[in-house]
Ligand binder design. Sequence first.
Ligand code: HEM
Length: 427
Amino acid sequence: MAAPAKAVQAGFEPVPWQINEAPHRWDVTPPDIYAEDRWQPVFAEMRRQAPINKINNSGFGSYWNVTTHKAIQHVEALPDIFSSSFEYGGISLAPMNEPDMEGSDRVILPMFIAMDRPKHTEERRVVAPAFTPAEMERMTGDIRRRTGELLDSLPLGTDFDWVDSVSIELTTQMLAILFDFPWEDRRKLTLWSDYAGNIELFRTPEGRQARLEKIYEMGAYFQRLWDERKQKGEAPDLISRMIHSPMKDMDANEFMGNLILLIVGGNDTTRNTMSGYAYGLNQYPQEREKLEQNSALIPNAVSEIIRWQTPLAHMRRTALCDYDLFGAPIQKGDRVALWYLSANRDESVFERADDIIVDRENARRHLSFGYGIHRCVGARLAELQIRILLEEMAARRLRINLQQEPERVPACFVHGYKKMIVNLSRY
Ligand code: HEM
């Protein structure tokens, strides 16, 4: 859809804005901010002083920081002005198909998270039926059984890595089932997803090459799987949805791109929420006790943990025309980073926003799943998996005891943990 040449917002109070040159403390792309878990005061300062601000010439190019709940929702509600398309660089600050950036990756697999209307609507419609409430109901028993079996296999009182043994294992099993992926190879899904979603790899030619190689490896594997299944005339649920889609033009490339999207989308996000649950409740023992005493709080606690963790720190858009965003002069072609991590700590929406409060009344207002036409299509499945994990932990009266500070993912996109040594006890 063609965007207007210039759009100006009416009826909104302007907010203070700024433009700064990197290096600058508001450049929130450097990975160590996240590895060292010290992003909170930086975003808080931006929200106070200039909630919309531009950083010129960062390691990931020039971009606008959008840091408040209200402004992010506003941008996401205007998908015809703020594009997600790979045509202009896509959905993260990683340099992908950027006409003005040297070394920007040009190998793009089409996927609907990085498409605009009307194509986005068409492709999203193909996979959305796999995530309806009825489908969730159908999957519940299986998820509960697998989660229970895994928890029963864990040692009591002995240290182990929660990330590897629980978060990765449960989410990878889920994807293997969703795609009917060969069980013994399921950790390949984790490996591929980690490469595909690792925005830090874009900083060097070697990193970009390594990432591409993994993506090709994944593509070849799925191609084989697809061909075998088509020959036998069988196809698992989600894959068959795509193969038999009424859309005439979902070609092999798009099929592959959307598969990658589902694998990456469903993998480290859910994984890092499961790890965020382990870490977060250790930071707030009173809240943990509240939850242990009242399992009716679990559904709300799931939303609160997703808010608090915010597994994807940002999504990016590209302005298709000049736009006056609460007074900030966004120009056509500008890159706009929507920091969910900051919106979810916005004090004007969430009281004591940095704290976990398991019975927080408005926990569901979080923006961890985004907002608008691209809002996470797998949100129900993610919530279901996490809710069942908490319920099965409660059924066994299991408590997680953190043994040392976790190792965190050093990146401004995937926000999570690489390793977390814990042990389990009963309460
Ligand atoms: C889109 C987060 C789990 C598949 C998104 C977006 C976010 C997100 C932020 C983009 C929203 C936007 O641009 O406005 C999360 C989080 C999860 C999670 C935090 C877990 C806690 C899943 C799961 C799946 C999935 C389990 C599937 C198995 C997708 C897909 C999209 C998407 C396909 C693209 C939707 C579109 O463009 O229309 N997710 N996600 N996600 N997610 Fe998730």
